[in-house]
Design a protein around this ligand. Structure first.
Ligand code: ATR
Length: 276
């Protein structure tokens, strides 16, 4: 019988996923005996595939686009951060056979900003572009670090206003449209729209970024994204893509599964160098 613990990432498309490389690297570094594979799974077959994976001895799953809401429904129990996000990117087999749903995306972002890039959030004016699932998952983890305010700007204004109202108990959070940002300035602008994936940019007004402000695109691509380029053109102190977030959310998922936290510094450097 095969005694190696099995993990996987499900999503569609999945062929460009870096998760197998990242988790295999973590496993070698921490001397954990496991295999991690990527599997193309669409929304229509998610529940059947996840049930099959766990019934055949799988220990944990990552779920990516377009499965995070379905994984949220699938889980028997949820961590508080998954409840806030209403989305799950990590499923963990528990010792009693139940499945715990977790969301490590927001934590991954905050760790990348604060630990890897020394970008502080306390008393900062933060703008989030987009009001979809990616935005929802990062609001609570950011608010835990006491920014001055979060403004959520979205193409469909009703969605950003509704999202801000949903989280209003956490502190100063406002929703608006892109045009409403005229004459406002922010210390940190986070792009959580899916525009980057098609190399597009939300319509951003001039002078949006404060002096020494930073830009961060939650998306990651081999070339600088349109938003990373926008940040550089607008004199951002740092204009970063989501590679570090991807690696940090993976490290947090690995920790949920194995109880051991991998070191992320080496692998971030290897990706930046193009070694892996
Ligand atoms: P995700 O789970 O990745 O957040 P989503 O829930 O489909 O995906 O949300 C995508 C977000 O990107 C939305 O905020 C969307 O704006 P709308 O709510 O108005 O649709 C935003 N978005 C996508 N393409 C965009 C574009 N070209 N310009 C601006 N915003 C865009």
């Amino acid at each position: 019988m095969n005694s190696i613990d099995r993990y996987a990432v499900f999503g569609q498309p999945i062929n460009h996923s870096k998760s197998p490389q990242i988790h295999t690297f973590f496993a070698q570094q921490t001397r954990q005996n496991l295999i991690y594979q990527a599997k193309e799974v669409g929304a229509d077959i998610f529940t059947v595939s996840a049930n099959e994976f766990f019934s055949k001895g799988g220990k944990g799953l990552n779920c990516t686009v377009p499965l995070k809401e379905l994984a949220f429904q699938f889980a028997d129990k949820l961590t508080p951060r998954a409840k806030f996000a209403k989305a799950v990117n990590t499923l963990v087999l528990q010792s009693d056979g139940s499945i715990l749903g977790d969301n490590t995306d927001g934590c991954g972002l905050v760790r990348d900003l604060m630990i890897n890039h020394q970008i502080t959030l306390k008393e900062k004016r933060i703008l989030i572009l987009g009001a979809g699932g990616a935005s929802r998952g990062i609001i609570d983890p950011i608010m835990q670090h006491s920014p001055e305010k979060i403004v959520i700007a979205n193409r469909t204004v009703e969605k950003s206003i509704a999202l801000a109202i949903e989280f209003q108990d956490l502190g100063m959070i406002k929703g608006c449209g892109f045009k409403d940002l005229v004459q406002q300035q922010f210390d940190l602008i986070l792009n959580a729209t899916s525009a980057s994936l098609s190399n597009q940019l939300p319509p951003l007004v001039d002078n949006l970024l404060a002096e020494n402000g930073c830009c961060y695109d939650l998306a990651y691509a081999n070339e600088p994204t349109a938003f990373v380029r926008w940040g550089l053109e607008n004199k951002a102190l740092k204009s970063l893509d989501g590679l570090g977030m991807l690696i940090e959310q993976a490290a947090e998922a690995f920790y949920s599964w194995r109880g051991i936290r991998p070191n992320t510094e080496n692998i971030i450097n290897l990706f930046h160098e193009g070694t892996i």
